[in-house]
Design a protein around this ligand. Structure first.
Ligand SMILES: [Cu+2]
Length: 647
């Protein structure tokens, strides 16, 4: 990761902190070491290479020798025998420290396989014939989008292979939307290791060419049926520069400080988030990231029943991160971070402008109008750290926002192109919305699992479920007005499995019972559960078996270095997850210890006609709000801007 933009200090770029992501040179070293020591040749693919982040102890002793050691973890597999391995590589010593066989595991899908598979299939005569039967003869307009399988749905004859299933799409014109026209009932099944077609499922019955509806699936200005409306220019100007500083990967703004990381799977990672309170650095979070995203399509028809994407575990938010453009994606005075990852040969693959850092005006922070003094008002400003991910047809835009009053907001916007398919004359399937002529968009859900390793004023924290309760009408409460709050400590991992409860307005406070504010109450942060929804899945559903995490809104575990992936390390072709549901069977104590919260939120996507042909952003978020972390409003010292806002 390198830095560009206004805020980076060129003098400090390149200084290595133990949490800095691997550099292009370090990725090259990893593949060179594995080539030399393990004979990795062109038969092998790399699924992932990432920094082995130092554990908490090592970080605390960051002045010591251990903290400066650089280590990487690589997952790779041999395409000939399909066997996967995890390598621990010491960059400091130039050696392989550990080489572990991973029998029966399929590492994540790679971008290279996605492209190679599309090319291979479009060159295959049987795909061409199937398309010709449907009137599509220009293969340059076709796209085959390969998806990962869940083990339960893999035909018996292909068990154990690294297989994928494909959807076929075509553009209406060379510049047209690649996902505008779905080819119904045509699904190639592929062996990704041999990169060959195993079979084509083709339900074409008769003349399918006449069957395709006329749809308007375009969004480019030249292709839409209307002209463009007028808007006047809007400029954001910070003539004296920004209020944040970016020193290497260390970001500081308005009492906040944190380190920015990036990897193939989580994309952006926020490390060691702290609030500087009257000169004291007070930890809030050790590490914040997205650990999984599960997207089951809720349509049992032949075209959609396999559509259960694990966008993080199967594909990787980092791998799917796209470059941001000034003035288009981020407006104003922007600092960018570049990222670097690897391709499936282990070669560095840079992503220019991967992460955007900027300040935004956010209307009012606080205000009061007094009849003597008049109005006293402060404008709110927030620091936004964002990255954009394109997963085939869909975009996810991730925004972490830090506020002057200690709030943290995590927002996700989904946009891009809906999966649609058409249906014959007659009734449309009941599990989607009609969006165009004989074209429907299946209902689906996006479950995002945020991994929140909070350290509220230190690692020893307890999570409390906090609920409101109306007391019954009694002599002391004659009007039934009394409202009390019940705080229930979650003591074990079984307690830590929590669901949202509307009737009690349940939320969760992460409290350090060992540290009190000046009011004498323990300091805490509250997870405000917005954007959550129930799984609505039968217990026997294969996707629930692979992603038990989505059955609850919140899980709490004691911190363990190896517990990172809630649906298991390798969800690709998984049968049952080996993540949160398994770890929490131990029912470990989560009281007064270093806890990790796994918050499940996202979009229950009941598709709309307005989501077609390109979807305006659907926005969800959750908040972490200080609750007794400060003694009073911590933003009293925010100055009036401009000064005339002060009477
Ligand atoms: Cu959606």
């Amino acid at each position: 990761m390198g830095t560009t933009g206004h805020a980076a200090d060129p003098a400090t770029v390149g200084t290595t902190h133990p949490l800095d992501p691997l550099t292009a040179e370090e990725f090259r070293q990893v593949s060179a070491i594995l080539r030399r020591e393990r004979g990795l040749d062109e038969l092998w693919r790399y699924a992932s290479v990432e920094l082995k982040e130092p554990g908490k102890e090592a970080l605390r002793a960051a002045q010591g020798d251990d903290a400066t050691r650089r280590e990487a973890v690589a997952v790779c597999w041999n395409r000939q025998d399909g066997q996967a391995y995890r390598a621990m590589v010491s960059l400091t010593d130039g050696t392989v420290m550990d080489w572990a066989h991973l029998p029966g595991q399929q590492p994540n899908m790679t971008v290279d396989e996605w492209h190679e598979c599309d090319e291979m299939l479009r060159a295959d005569p049987s795909v061409a014939q199937a398309l010709a039967r449907r009137g599509v003869t220009n293969l340059d307009l076709a796209l085959v989008d390969v998806w990962a399988y869940g083990a339960a749905l893999v035909p018996e004859r292909y068990r154990g292979l690294r297989i994928g299933w494909g959807d076929v799409w075509y553009r209406g014109s060379p510049e047209g939307n690649p996902y505008a026209h779905h080819v119904r009932g045509l699904h190639p099944i592929v062996d990704l290791n041999r990169m060959r077609l195993l079979e084509i499922e083709d339900s074409a019955d008769g003349d399918e060419a006449d069957d395709a509806p006329t749809v308007m699936g375009e969004y480019l200005p030249a292709l839409i049926p209307t002209g463009l409306r007028e808007v006047k220019p809007l400029h954001i100007s910070q003539p004296e520069g920004v209020s944040f500083t970016l020193d290497g990967h260390l970001l500081s703004w308005q009492n906040w400080q944190m380190r920015l990381g990036f990897n193939y799977r989580e994309g952006l990672v926020l490390h060691t988030v702290a609030f500087v309170d009257a000169g004291r650095v007070r930890p809030v979070a050790h590490r914040l990231s997205f650990a999984e995203m599960v997207v089951p399509y809720r349509d049992p028809t032949a075209d959609h029943y396999r559509r259960t994407a694990f966008d993080i575990g199967e594909w990787g938010l980092g791998f799917m991160t796209t470059s941001l453009e000034l003035g288009c994606d981020c407006l104003g005075e922007i600092a960018y971070l570049d990222a670097v990852l690897t391709d499936s040969r282990g070669e560095p693959r840079p992503i220019k402008n991967a992460v955007c850092i900027h300040e935004e005006d956010n209307a009012i922070l606080w205000k009061h109008v007094d009849h003597v003094h008049g109005a006293e008002v402060r404008r709110a400003r927030r620091l936004v750290i964002s990255f954009h991910v394109t997963v085939a047809n869909y975009e996810y835009l991730v925004y972490w926002r830090f506020y002057q009053d200690g709030n943290i907001e995590c927002e996700v916007r989904a946009t891009g192109i809906l999966v649609t398919s058409h249906f014959p004359d007659g009734h449309q399937p009941p599990t989607g919305t009609l969006v165009d002529e004989r074209t429907y968009a299946p209902f689906h859900q996006h479950f995002i699992v945020a991994r929140l390793d909070l350290d509220i004023d230190g690692p020893a924290n307890t999570v409390y479920a906090t609920e409101s309760e109306a007391l019954p009408v009694t002599e002391d409460n004659p009007h039934g007005l009394a409202l009390v709050v019940r705080n229930t400590p979650l003591l074990t991992e079984a307690d830590g499995r929590q669901d949202y409860e509307w009737h009690t307005q349940r939320g969760w406070k992460v409290v350090n019972d060992n540290v009190a504010n000046s009011l004498g109450t323990p300091v805490g942060y509250k997870l405000v559960p917005t954007g959550c929804f129930p799984a609505l899945l039968d217990a026997s559903s294969p996707v629930l078996r692979r992603a038990e995490v989505i059955a609850h809104t919140l899980w709490v575990t004691p911190y363990h270095e190896d517990e990172r992936w809630p649906c298991g390390e390798f969800p690709n072709l998984s049968d049952r997850d080996s993540g949160l549901a398994r770890w929490t069977e131990q029912n470990r104590s989560i009281e007064d210890t270093d806890v990790v919260l796994w918050y499940v939120f996202g979009i229950h996507h009941i598709t709309r006609p307005e989501d077609w042909p390109i979807m305006p952003v659907d926005t969800v978020s959750f908040w972490l709000k200080p609750f007794g972390f400060f003694d009073r409003n911590p933003a009293l010292d925010v100055p009036p801007t401009p000064a005339t806002c002060h009477q």
